[in-house]
Design a protein around this ligand. Structure first.
Ligand code: SF4
Length: 390
C-alpha cells in the first residue's frame, strides 16, 4: 500500500494535528459538543442524549502563560496546560463540560474552570476512590443525578434503550481498539506506538460512530500495509500518567525499541475495559468506570482477598494485568513514566517496580515536566536502559 492510499491513517494525522476541527464542524451543524476531562465522565450517557463528547487534553507545545494565575506551579503540568488552553479560549467551542474527581488537583481545576469560564453546562462527578459496594452505590446515585441534569440541559430524554444502544456502540469501538492493539503483537509490530497514539487521540476528538469507521479503515490499512516499524531488539510496555503527544513515544522509538503496548489513559487504559450490559445499564456503567478502569487514582486493596499481609500477593492483585500484557505482547522491558507532581502515579512507582523486578522484567522510571524540551535528557537514560535489555 502506498502512502497515497493510507486514507484512514492520513485522516488520523489530520485530526491529531487539528483536534478541534471536526467538533467545530459538528457544532456548526447544530450538534452540542460536551468537553470532558480524564476517563471518569461516563461517555455513554453523553452519547445517549445526543451530545458529542470531546476530551479535554493539554498541549505540550504551548507555553503555560495564564494558568499560573489560578494554580500553583508545583502541580501537575498536564492539568496546568489543559486549564491554560481553557483560559486562552481554545475550548470556547464546547457547549458544556463534565469533570470528575481524578485527583485533588483535578478537582481544584474543575472548580476553577467552572468559576473562570462559566460554561453553559457544568457537572462534576465526585467519583469515589474505592471499589467497595457502598462506593459503587454512591457513584450510581450520582449518575442518576447526572442523567437528570443532562436531560434538563438538552431537553431530550436519556432513555434506557438509548443508553443500552450507546453502551453497545462504545463496546464495539473498544473491541476495534483491541484489534488494532493486536496488530502490535507480531515482531516487528505492524504499527508503531507513536502512530497508535495518534489514533487514540483522534478517537477522543470525534463522535464514537465516526471513530468506529475510522478504526475499521485504519485496521484494514495496517493489516495490508508495509509501512510498519522495523524489527528492533526492545519490545516495550510504557506505563504511567497521561501521554497525549507523540513526542515521548517517538523519542523512544527513534532508539532501538518498539513500544508495543501501553498502560496509559490515552491508550489501553481508556479502551480495554468493556461495559457489561446489565438490566439496569447504570450498574454495568458503574462497575466499568469504578472497578474496570485500572487507573491508580482508585484504591483497590482488600477486594481481591486477604492479601494485606503478603506484599507480593498484594502486588500481584494490583499489577497482575501488566504481567499478562507483557506476556501477550512479548515485552522485554518496561518504561514507567509520569509527569512531575503527579502523586497518583508517583506513589504507585515503588510497588510496581518491585513487582516488575519480582517477575524479571527490566524497568526504568522517567519523570518529565510535560514539555518537549524536557525529553532530551531522558533520551540518554532511555538509551542506557535499552543497552541493558538489548
Ligand atoms: S496526570 Fe496525575 S496529577 Fe495530573 S491530572 Fe492525571 S492523575 Fe492528576
Amino acid at each position: 500500500m502506498t502512502e497515497k492510499e493510507r486514507k484512514g491513517l492520513d485522516r488520523v494525522r489530520e485530526i491529531y494535528q487539528d483536534r478541534a476541527h471536526r467538533a467545530k464542524e459538528l457544532k456548526a451543524e447544530g450538534k452540542q459538543v460536551m468537553g470532558y476531562l480524564c476517563l471518569y465522565p461516563v461517555l455513554e450517557m453523553l452519547t445517549a442524549v445526543d451530545l458529542a463528547p470531546y476530551r479535554i487534553l493539554g498541549d505540550m507545545e504551548e507555553p503555560i502563560t495564564k494558568a499560573d494565575a489560578c494554580l500553583p506551579t508545583v502541580v501537575c503540568p498536564f492539568i496546568r496546560s489543559a486549564l491554560d488552553l481553557g483560559l486562552k479560549g481554545k475550548y470556547d467551542f464546547l457547549d458544556g463540560v463534565v469533570m470528575a474527581h481524578i485527583c485533588d488537583v483535578g478537582e481544584k481545576t474543575s472548580h476553577i474552570w467552572r468559576t473562570y469560564l462559566n460554561p453553559s453546562y457544568f457537572y462534576f462527578i465526585d467519583t469515589p476512590h474505592t471499589v467497595h459496594k457502598a462506593a459503587q452505590q454512591q457513584l450510581k446515585e450520582q449518575l442518576k443525578d447526572f442523567k437528570k441534569t443532562l436531560e434538563s440541559f438538552t431537553g431530550r430524554e436519556l432513555s434506557l434503550d438509548k443508553l443500552k444502544q450507546a453502551i453497545k456502540t462504545y463496546n464495539r469501538q473498544r473491541a476495534l481498539v483491541r484489534e488494532l492493539y493486536d496488530l502490535r503483537k507480531p515482531d516487528p509490530p505492524l504499527i508503531s506506538g507513536a502512530e497508535t497514539l495518534q489514533v487514540m487521540v483522534a478517537l477522543m476528538s470525534i463522535p464514537v460512530d465516526e471513530g468506529i469507521d475510522l478504526l475499521r479503515q485504519v485496521i484494514s490499512e495496517v493489516k495490508e500495509g508495509k509501512n510498519g516499524p522495523p524489527k528492533k531488539p526492545a519490545r516495550l510496555l510504557v506505563w504511567g500518567s497521561i501521554i497525549d503527544n507523540t513526542a515521548l513515544i517517538r523519542m523512544i522509538e527513534e532508539l532501538e525499541a518498539n513500544v508495543v503496548i501501553d498502560d496509559t489513559c490515552v491508550g489501553s487504559r481508556a479502551y480495554f475495559p468493556n461495559v457489561e450490559l446489565t438490566d439496569d445499564p447504570l450498574d454495568g456503567l458503574v462497575y466499568r468506570y469504578l472497578v474496570g478502569l485500572k487507573c491508580p487514582r482508585t484504591f483497590r486493596e482488600s477486594v481481591f482477598g486477604e492479601t494485606k499481609k503478603d506484599y507480593i500477593k498484594d502486588l500481584e492483585s494490583r499489577f497482575g494485568y501488566i504481567k499478562d500484557y507483557a506476556k501477550e505482547w512479548n515485552v522485554n522491558g518496561v518504561i514507567l513514566q509520569s509527569v512531575r507532581y503527579c502523586d497518583i502515579h508517583g506513589y504507585e512507582v515503588p510497588g510496581l517496580r518491585d513487582y516488575l523486578d519480582h517477575i524479571g522484567l527490566p524497568n526504568i522510571y522517567l519523570e518529565h515536566d510535560y514539555s518537549e524540551a524536557a525529553l532530551a535528557p531522558l533520551r540518554t537514560r532511555a538509551q542506557a536502559f535499552l543497552e541493558v535489555i538489548g
